[in-house]
Design a binder for this molecule. Structure first.
Ligand code: IPM
Ligand code: MG
Length: 356
């Protein structure tokens, strides 16, 4: 296991997640070796780059990488190619982690925490399958230029059929284990790239006749996520649309502080990270919600250690803690903030429920 805490609240939430990881591994009699490394702004400060080759090499040797978050105002002025986020993009790419799974589930106790009415969000149980190593994030050519005295900037959205087919397979296979429905999200009324996605996703769908497939334009999908989120099971889409829609889906569930993610690929290593980001404004105060990082540990047990039981135990413990009424600050209305638990205290409750 490699732990990459990163920046902002990354170190504090991964420290709490590590307690759960160690406790559950011990109770399942799994031998676990945990090393730590640097990524993002922390790596820039220590080594001059957001991710060094040695850390990539160590990650390749591991079954799983648990990552906190990267970025913060301290490094905002850096050019795009040397920002903390580059470290994250590089590790995804170097490890070939093309499939990003972002489940958005409403914990019953939190239905009231959503900005939408409880009856709208109650049935949310969806999985965003986001393509993670292609598209406009990585396409060439890219960059800035001065053209006839004007500043110009360019990025390229490009996908080939192999990249599309393999992420479509991940989505259909996941749907088979869930609600047997896939929604492919695209902008095929404008983009050739999306037209190719529609074609290839249709081809892959023939191998999964027990799964229903719908194609949905990204703008109307953004709308449907607000009006009728319960209709979605698995959403499959490219890198940029997936980035945006997964934040929207996350927020529907009450707090970005609850959402875990897994990034998987053809190689043996998986990367697990909370979706919430580095939240520098609340860093270092022991108030961040550790549950997304803890639920990322559950995903690690499921996907990298093939210990679905351990994953279920963590999930159940989190549900029970919330059912008991425990909340971090992000899950409470401002006027109730005084009863919020800190990151460590919240994790203590989870460990109690786990019996560890
Ligand atoms: C995410 C983040 C990253 C992304 C950033 C930090 C590069 O927003 O994981 O969703 O855009 O992929
Ligand atoms: Mg994002």
């Amino acid at each position: 296991m490699l732990l990459l805490p990163g920046d902002g609240i990354g170190p504090e939430v991964t420290a709490q997640a590590r307690r759960v990881l160690e406790a559950v591994a011990q109770s399942a009699e799994l031998a676990l070796e945990i090393e730590a490394g640097l990524i993002g702004g922390a790596a820039i400060d220590a080594q001059g780059a957001p991710l060094d080759d040695a850390t990539v090499a160590r990650a390749r040797q591991c079954r799983g990488v648990l990552l906190g978050a990267v970025g913060g105002p301290k490094w905002d002025a850096l050019p795009v190619e040397s920002r903390p986020e580059r470290g994250l993009l590089r590790i995804r790419r170097e490890l070939g982690l093309y499939a990003n799974l972002r489940p958005a589930v409403v914990f019953p106790a939190l239905a009231e925490a959503s900005t939408l009415r409880p009856e709208v969000v109650r049935d949310i149980d969806l999985l965003v399958v986001r393509e993670l190593t292609g598209g406009i994030y990585f396409g060439e050519p890219r960059g800035r230029a001065l053209v006839s005295g004007r500043r110009e900037a360019r990025n390229t959205m490009v996908y080939d059929e192999v990249e599309i087919a393999r992420i479509a397979h991940v989505a259909f296979a996941a749907a088979r284990r869930r609600g047997r429905s896939v929604t492919h999200v695209h902008k095929a009324n404008v983009l050739e790239v999306s037209q190719l996605w529609v074609e290839v996703v249709n081809e892959v769908a023939r191998e999964y006749e027990d799964v229903t497939l719908q194609h949905q334009l990204v703008d109307s999908c953004a709308m449907l996520l607000l009006s009728d989120p319960g209709r979605f099971d698995v959403i499959v889409t490219g890198n940029l649309f997936g980035d945006i829609l997964s934040d929207e889906a996350a927020m529907l569930t009450g707090s970005l502080g609850m959402l875990p993610s897994a990034s998987l690929g053809a190689g043996g290593v998986g990367l697990y990270e909370p979706v919430h980001g580095s939240a520098p404004d609340i860093a270092g105060q022991d108030i961040a919600n550790p549950l997304a990082a803890i639920l990322s540990v559950a995903m690690l047990f499921e996907h990298s250690f093939e210990q679905a039981d351990c994953a279920r135990r963590i999930h159940d413990a989190v549900t029970a803690v919330l059912d008991d009424g425990h909340r971090t600050r992000d899950l409470l209305p401002v006027e109730a903030a005084s009863r919020a638990l800190g990151s460590k205290a919240m994790t203590d409750r989870v460990l109690e429920k786990l019996g560890c």
